[in-house]
Ligand binder design. Structure first.
Ligand SMILES: Nc1ncnc2c1ncn2[C@@H]1O[C@H](COP(=O)(O)OP(=O)(O)OP(=O)(O)O)[C@@H](O)[C@H]1O
Length: 479
């Protein structure tokens, strides 16, 4: 097995890594650090929790120590929480250098950020939206001299999902020099490989872990087949069981929408479970506070949307529960990867309804593993069913009384304005479109109805003809 020194890292850096428990390189680190140090572009695809962050932080720091200036490195990442986490690794590992970093994310003060950027930090860690806002609006800093461009969770940055980064990326790529070194990392690179290759221009070194199974061996994966209406009762039962059976426990529950996340959190609190929520409709300060509470183990349950699915490194998480079956295998892979990290053991349980079975098959096919059934005592679940459903309904009513949906609408409008669209015009356009769709639908229904009536009429006539023929034949026979 190689050592970090053997990979070409300086003694001060390996000592610093050792202090963080990073003693021997993981396979992705052993494979990617040498080519990065040689100046090559690099794409690393390795399982969740396998140390991809240090695989780029360490060589960047080594290079920075040889020629320190600001802004030396730009790291892009899809979520704000992840930006903080990466900055922390840079800060701790780069302490002997007196490293100056700067975090540029949405939801925080833009003027203060602009000021920080103007002070030429060594490393900027940013989410694409806010960084591109700065590039569009200010000239107090330049990315023209950066040596390294890192895209963490690179495939997500290129995806055109609900948060589409492509336009912001265009702005950012237009501001960085062509001669940079580009480093791309994720646990799921393959879908977007070609787009990524075009980003890393000078024949990138590409490393992918060879394992057939795409999740780590230490992760136990189970599914629980449940009718939609009793999902919450199963969830409460599962949590209660973990609480009763383990002293030291910590769970992340993933759910599909911000609203559901909020409702589940309210409901679990009603049952006195120590839970916090994390979703994109929360203010940034609340998001950080929630994560800090969960990390400190004061709150044992984090209920989150997919904003927490990627990258978050919280070693104490022993269990991941998917309250909904993820629609994409890729999302499943990142979600369950929040446990069983860096060699630790973990358990992932996915709640599956009768409508989601095809999703489980798709997941199994992608991760090359069969999920086993998780057995629970049905009677215990039935015993709490009414109580849980009543609690959920109460929480729904309570949430409806707040301005949660209204806030969502306002957020949507804000987003549109940021995208340069007029929300009122957009609303009009949507209404027009809905009208046209409705008209088309009505037209199609009318055509369908006419065809149906014609068919029936033809059938009726046929039957009448047949009846008349039979009558005539009968009359002939009588004669
Ligand atoms: N060589 C190492 N030895 C021991 N622990 C390590 C080593 N490298 C990294 N770690 C630790 O492993 C954990 C997971 O690392 P990291 O967050 O970089 O994983 P990742 O591969 O980026 O996962 P994900 O795909 O979920 O983002 C971290 O707590 C990190 O400190």
């Amino acid at each position: 097995m190689s050592s970090f020194r053997g990979l070409g890292l300086a003694a001060w850096l390996t000592e610093q890594a050792q202090q963080l428990g990073i003693g021997r390189p993981t396979p992705v680190q052993a494979a990617c650090i040498p080519p990065i140090l040689q100046g090559r572009d690099c794409m690393g695809c390795a399982k969740t929790g396998s140390g991809k962050t240090a695989a780029f932080v360490l060589p960047v720091l080594q290079k920075l120590s040889e020629d320190p200036y600001g802004i030396f490195c730009l790291v892009l990442t899809p979520t704000r929480e992840l930006a903080y986490q990466i900055a922390e690794q840079f800060r701790v590992l780069g302490k002997p250098l007196g490293l100056k970093d700067c975090i540029i994310i949405g939801g925080m003060d833009m003027v203060a950020q602009a000021l920080e950027l103007s002070r030429k930090p060594h490393v900027v860690i940013a989410t694409p939206g806010r960084l591109s806002d700065h590039l569009r609006s200010s000239s107090t800093f330049s990315l023209r001299k950066i040596k390294f461009l890192v895209l963490d969770e690179a495939d997500r940055l290129l995806e055109q999902g609900c948060t589409d980064f492509t336009k912001d990326l265009e702005v950012i790529l237009g501001a960085v020099p062509a001669t940079r070194q580009t480093l791309l990392f994720s646990a799921t690179l393959t879908d977007t490989l070609n787009e990524l290759k075009s980003l890393a221009m000078n024949k990138p070194f590409f490393w992918e872990s060879q394992a057939e199974v795409r999740t780590v061996d230490e992760l136990v994966q189970r599914y629980l087949l449940v009718p939609e209406k009793v999902k919450d009762a199963y969830l409460v039962h599962l949590i209660q069981t973990f609480q009763d059976e383990h002293e030291d426990w910590s769970i992340i529950i993933f759910t599909s929408t911000c609203k559901n996340c909020q409702i589940l959190n309210m409901m679990l609190k009603k049952f006195n479970f120590p839970s916090v929520a994390l979703h994109s409709m929360m203010k940034q300060k609340q998001r950080f506070a929630a994560l800090a509470k969960f990390k400190s183990s004061i709150f044992k349950i984090l209920i989150a949307t997919d904003v927490a699915a990627r990258g978050l490194d919280i070693p104490t998480v022993q269990v991941v529960i998917n309250h909904n079956t993820p629609g994409l295998p890729k999302i499943y892979l990142h979600r369950v990867g929040r446990t069983a990290r860096a060699g630790r053991h973990g358990l992932a349980i996915t709640l599956v309804t009768q409508y989601d079975i095809h999703l489980v098959h798709a997941i199994e096919e992608q991760i090359k593993t069969k999920l086993q059934e998780f057995l629970v005592e049905e009677r215990a679940v039935l015993g709490i069913l009414t109580q849980v459903n009543v609690a959920r309904r109460e929480c729904e009513i309570k949430l409806e009384a707040t301005d949660f949906d209204e806030k969502k609408e306002i957020n949507k409008r804000k987003q549109m304005i940021l995208e340069g669209k007029d929300p009122d015009l957009e609303a009009k356009r949507k209404a027009e479109l809905a009208k046209i769709k409705k008209k088309n639908k009505q037209f199609r229904e009318r055509v369908q109805q006419t065809l149906q009536e014609k068919k029936q009429l033809q059938l009726k006539r046929k039957l009448q003809k047949k009846a008349r023929r039979q009558q005539r034949r009968a009359a002939k026979e009588e004669k």
